[in-house]
Design a protein around this ligand. Structure first.
Ligand code: NOJ
Length: 565
């Protein structure tokens, strides 16, 4: 059985006990959470009407994906007005009401900030188009002359994360073919030029706008992409990197780093933002969405004068395998501890295949490709959910903060069989269906089994079709039901709080079976069996939480338990 060894990674974080070091933060994807208006797209009043369900779940904060004015070409990550609410989601008053209701229940609220690019419908870009080459307005974005005899070729070879070229050519006001502009994502998402002080000032104003309204922080979109290398040199990503720049594993590969991901210059921007946040009362936070490898490099984003949190995507991308998990957990504590920051654990979000499916995929599935009927290695849903619950129990026992994504507490799988014509992700369209993209994790979530749109609204409309059987996952079906995924999450979150796991210490224990991980934290011994062979539980084990039914005194495969220690 488990015997103690000396590989303690040390007490987590610095002596600070700020809320964000240990918080469990629930990601709301507003389009798919709850739809009060009945138009098939979720909205802010829908969120407000379900705040009690979130309080009951036991989370500390919510993060809302964009609800700002937007033509919705990239589901709101194409912002046309950073300081207003898109009518499909409601109004600023609806936002204030939602914020107040959340705060009154002790739930903090983080909003999304999208600083790498705006929508091409933003006034700033429209003015840039109208003003012409060489103007101050054009200098807000990255406009360049094309190559070739008549400027008919893009300025360099960069590719969009969503597929296809990262440059589009405009037509000048007189109707002639004109300059090209850079868009690391969709052509409707032009990149800002962060060398321009004017851009800095606009975003400081945007931060102030939301801070003054009372938000508790920002999740920062593409936080590794704002600054581009001078001269914009050609670059081809290594085959094994994922489309957002992560996936590179060793130092040697760092030498081949891209001219747009993880440039040194981004850190100055976050220092400036941190200074601004520090002038506000309450512990307001910045959380980086930065696909940066390896972890010690990502840790730069959370140095004490920069951001507070950075999603640990290295952990998210780790397979359900004891040795790989042990390595990434060790590396995470070492990297983040060295800068006095918590690790920010995460398993699912609106960009990745839901972990109730991902952990059972049997073929390579590069991040961003998504799953569809023609994908290889499609997951067994039973194994997927079993592993997802075990993986969640492991994650929630790790000191640090953690994000959970709406619907994972219901055990939702990726929706694989969405009809082609229903798919909306720009990735799907820009690759002519070669990559499915992210729609499968964005399907509106179920609230009640026998209601229109499974209780998402009262009209039955749904911007992405819900699959048959969706109602079986509904919250109402699981509430109060022993053994349901919802009750399992509630119990895990309550125990985590009771034991103060988030700010706790962490010590590995040795186990004879290589597929079993054992560690101790704050009065808990956690055992995760990532293999298929059952192993005995310690004699007299007092089981506080189990991710699956136990078989007498044994811990079955793909199961995690928390024991009183
Ligand atoms: C990351 C966001 O999470 C994703 O949904 C979006 O498409 C890209 N950034 C571009 O904003």
């Amino acid at each position: 059985m488990a015997t103690e060894i000396t590989t303690t990674t040390g007490t987590h974080g610095t002596p600070g006990s700020e809320w964000w070091r240990s918080a469990v933060i629930y990601q709301i994807y507003p389009r798919s959470f709850a739809d009060a208006s009945g138009d098939g797209i979720g909205d802010l009043p829908g969120i407000t009407s379900h705040i009690d369900s979130l309080a009951e779940l036991g989370i500390d904060a919510i993060w809302l994906s964009p609800f700002f004015t937007s033509p919705q070409n990239d589901a709101g990550y194409d912002v046309a007005d950073y300081c207003d609410v898109d009518p499909i989601f409601g109004t600023l008053d609806d936002f204030d009401r939602m914020l107040e209701e959340a705060h009154s229940r002790g739930i903090r609220v983080i909003v999304d900030l999208v600083p790498n690019h705006s929508s091409d419908q933003h006034r700033w870009f429209q003015e840039a188009l109208a003003a012409g080459p060489g103007s101050e307005e054009r200098a807000r974005y990255i406009f360049r002359e094309g190559k070739g005899a008549n400027g008919e070729l893009p300025p360099n070879n960069w590719e969009s994360v969503f597929g296809g070229p990262a440059w589009s050519r405009i037509e000048e006001a007189d109707g002639t073919p004109g300059q090209w502009y850079l868009h690391l994502f969709d052509s409707s998402q032009p990149d800002f030029d962060w060398n321009n002080r004017w851009v800095h000032e606009q975003f400081l104003d945007i931060l102030r706008f939301w801070l003054d309204r009372g938000v508790d922080g920002f999740r920062v979109d593409v936080a590794h992409g704002l600054v581009k290398q001078e001269g914009l040199p050609d670059w081809t990503p290594p085959a094994e990197s994922n489309s957002m720049g992560g996936g590179l594993e060793d130092e040697a590969e760092e030498a081949a780093l891209s001219p747009y991901w993880a440039q040194e210059g981004v850190h100055e921007i976050y220092r400036e933002w941190r200074d601004l946040l520090n002038t506000y009362e309450g512990e307001r936070v910045l959380c980086a969405e930065a696909w940066v490898d390896p972890l010690h490099k990502l840790a730069k984003w959370v140095r004490s004068d920069e951001m507070h949190q950075a999603f640990n995507f290295g952990y998210l991308e780790t397979k359900w395998d004891a040795s790989a998990l042990r390595t990434v957990i060790d590396d995470s504590y070492e990297a983040f501890h060295s800068v006095g920051a918590p690790s920010t654990w995460v398993l699912s979000n609106h960009d990745v295949v839901r972990h109730a499916s991902r952990l059972a995929v049997t073929a390579d599935n590069p991040q961003g490709d998504g799953l569809g009927p023609r994908s290889k290695g499609l997951p067994d849903p039973v194994i997927g959910l079993r592993r997802a619950r075990a993986a969640t129990a492991l994650m929630l026992a790790l000191p640090g903060s953690a994000y959970i994504y709406q619907g994972e507490e219901l055990g939702l799988p990726e929706v694989i069989d969405l009809p082609d014509e229903a798919r909306q992700d720009p990735t799907w369209h820009r690759t002519n269906g070669e990559r499915y993209g992210r729609d499968g994790c964005r399907v509106p979530i179920p609230w009640e089994a026998d209601a229109p749109a499974a209780g998402f609204n009262t009209t039955g409309e749904s911007w992405l079709p819900q699959p048959s059987g969706w109602g079986a996952f509904a919250r109402a079906e699981q509430r109060g039901v022993e053994g349901s995924t919802l009750e399992f999450y509630r119990r895990a979150l309550a125990l985590r709080k009771e034991h103060n796991v988030g700010l706790g210490s962490f010590t590995w224990l040795q186990h004879d079976e290589p597929e079993v991980l054992v560690f101790r934290t704050e009065g808990l011994t956690v055992m995760a069996n990532t293999g298929a062979t059952p192993v005995p539980l310690p004699e007299g084990a007092d089981v506080l939480l189990a991710s699956a039914d136990l078989d007498g005194d044994t811990l079955p495969g793909d199961t995690t338990v928390w024991l009183a220690s």
